[in-house]
Write a protein that binds this ligand. Structure first.
Ligand code: AMP
Ligand code: FES
Ligand code: ZN
Ligand code: ZN
Length: 343
C-alpha cells in the first residue's frame, strides 16, 4: 500500500475514507482534520483557554500535541486515581504526562490533582466503601474524574475542557445507550456540551477519529504514552461493544463512523430530549458544584463530605496541584508493541 499523495510506503490505510498515507502526509491530514472538526462543531475559537484532560494514554496526549501545534492556548490536567496494580498504572501515566509536558508543552501548566492527597483515599479504596459499581471502582472513578475535571475547569476560569474521546469510545457508548434506549443519555452525548451554571463547556475534538488513527498519529509523532489500559477496564462492557463494532467495521468499512455521525444528525434534528430533572441543577450544599440531587452532590456523598466535617465550600486551594517531583523514566515502555495493523 502506497501513499496517495507521494507514492512512498503508507503507514495507514483508512478503508472508510479510501485513503492510504505515508507518515508525513498522515500527520498533515490528522492535524487538518482536527481543525476541521473544531470548526464544524464550533468547539472553540482561536483565543480560548483550553484545559486538556490527559490520562497518559495515546488519545489525550495526541490531543494535547495537536492543539499545541495548531497554536491553541492549552494547559493540561491529570487526575491521579491511585490505581497501580502490577503495571503501576497511575505512576506510569503521570511519568508519561510529565515527560510530554516538559518536552512538548513547555509553556503550558500541568495541573495534577491527586485524589488520595486531596481526599484521603485512592479510588480503589473509596470504591470498596461505597455501594457504587458493584465492587468495581469504575463507577466511583468516573464520578471523581467528571467532578474534578469540571471543578478545575470552572474554578480556574478555562473556556473549555477538552477530552480525548475517540470514535470507538463514542460509538461503544452510543451502542450501549441505544440498546437500552437511554434517551436521556443520548440527548447528552455530543461533541460539544455547552457551559451552564457551574458546568464547564466540554468538547471532544477527536470524536470522528478511529482509535487506530489516534494511535497511528501518536506513533508517527513518537509520543511516549501508556500502552496498557486501566487494569479494571479489562473485559468491561464498553470493550465488549468495541469488539462487536470492530466486527461490523471489518465487514462494512465506515459502519462505525456512519453509526455515530448519523446519530449526531438525528440528535441535532431534535430526536432526543434532555430529561426534565437534568434541567433543574442547583448548587451542592457542601461544595457548590451543580447537582440534580437535593442537598449534597453525588461526589460529596461518596466521600461523605459534610458541612459539619468539611466546613462550608471547599476552597479552590484545597485542590492540590503537585509540583515537579521526579518520577523514574520508564524506559521499558511499550509503544513499539502497539497494534495498528488493523481490526
Ligand atoms: P476514558 O474514560 O478512560 O476512556 O478516558 C476518556 C478521556 O478522559 C481521556 O481521553 C482523557 O481526556 C480523560 N481522562 C481519562 N482519565 C483521566 C485522568 N486520570 N486524568 C485526566 N483526564 C483523564
Ligand atoms: Fe477509572 Fe479504570 S477505574 S480508569
Ligand atoms: Zn506521502
Ligand atoms: Zn458537593
Amino acid at each position: 500500500m502506497r501513499c496517495r499523495k507521494c507514492d512512498t510506503p503508507a503507514v495507514i490505510n483508512m478503508r472508510h475514507h479510501k485513503l492510504a498515507l505515508c507518515g508525513e502526509h498522515y500527520d498533515e491530514w490528522f492535524v487538518n482534520s482536527t481543525q476541521r472538526a473544531i470548526e464544524k462543531y464550533k468547539m472553540f475559537g482561536r483565543d480560548a483557554r483550553i484545559l486538556v484532560a490527559v490520562s497518559g494514554g495515546k488519545d489525550s496526549l495526541a490531543l494535547w500535541d495537536v492543539l499545541g501545534r495548531l497554536g491553541y492556548k492549552t494547559d493540561g490536567l491529570y487526575i491521579g486515581l491511585g490505581i497501580q496494580g502490577e503495571i503501576k498504572y497511575s505512576d506510569q501515566s503521570l511519568a508519561c504526562i510529565r515527560k510530554f509536558a516538559a518536552e512538548r508543552a513547555p509553556d503550558s501548566t500541568l495541573h495534577v490533582v491527586d485524589i488520595q492527597e486531596t481526599y484521603g483515599k485512592t479510588i480503589p479504596e473509596i470504591s470498596r466503601e461505597t455501594s457504587r459499581g458493584h465492587g468495581k471502582p469504575c463507577s466511583s472513578c468516573g464520578l471523581a474524574k467528571r467532578y474534578v475535571m469540571n471543578r478545575l475547569a470552572a474554578e480556574r476560569g478555562y473556556d473549555v475542557l477538552a477530552t480525548g474521546h475517540n470514535l470507538d469510545d463514542e460509538a461503544a457508548v452510543l451502542m450501549q445507550n441505544t440498546l437500552h434506549w437511554q434517551t436521556g443519555y443520548l440527548a447528552r452525548q455530543a461533541p460539544v456540551l455547552d457551559a451552564s451554571e457551574g458546568l464547564a463547556r466540554k468538547v471532544k475534538p477527536f470524536c470522528r477519529f478511529y482509535e487506530r488513527e489516534t494511535a497511528t498519529y501518536a506513533v508517527v509523532r513518537e509520543i511516549d504514552y501508556v500502552y496498557d489500559e486501566c487494569p479494571y477496564a479489562v473485559g468491561n462492557l464498553t470493550n465488549f461493544y468495541k469488539t462487536l463494532l470492530n466486527q461490523l467495521e471489518a465487514e462494512s468499512p465506515g459502519a462505525k463512523l456512519s453509526f455515530y455521525v448519523e446519530f449526531l444528525k438525528a440528535r441535532q434534528a431534535g430526536f432526543f430530549k434532555t430529561p426534565e430533572d437534568h434541567k433543574d441543577l442547583h448548587a451542592c450544599e457542601v461544595c457548590g458544584q451543580p447537582t440534580t440531587a437535593p442537598g449534597r452532590c453525588a461526589f460529596c456523598r461518596m466521600w461523605n463530605i459534610t458541612t459539619a466535617s468539611g466546613g462550608a465550600l471547599i476552597a479552590p486551594e484545597a485542590i492540590t496541584t503537585r509540583g515537579d517531583d521526579a518520577f523514574e523514566d520508564i524506559e521499558a515502555r511499550v509503544a513499539e508493541t502497539v497494534d495498528v495493523s488493523g481490526l
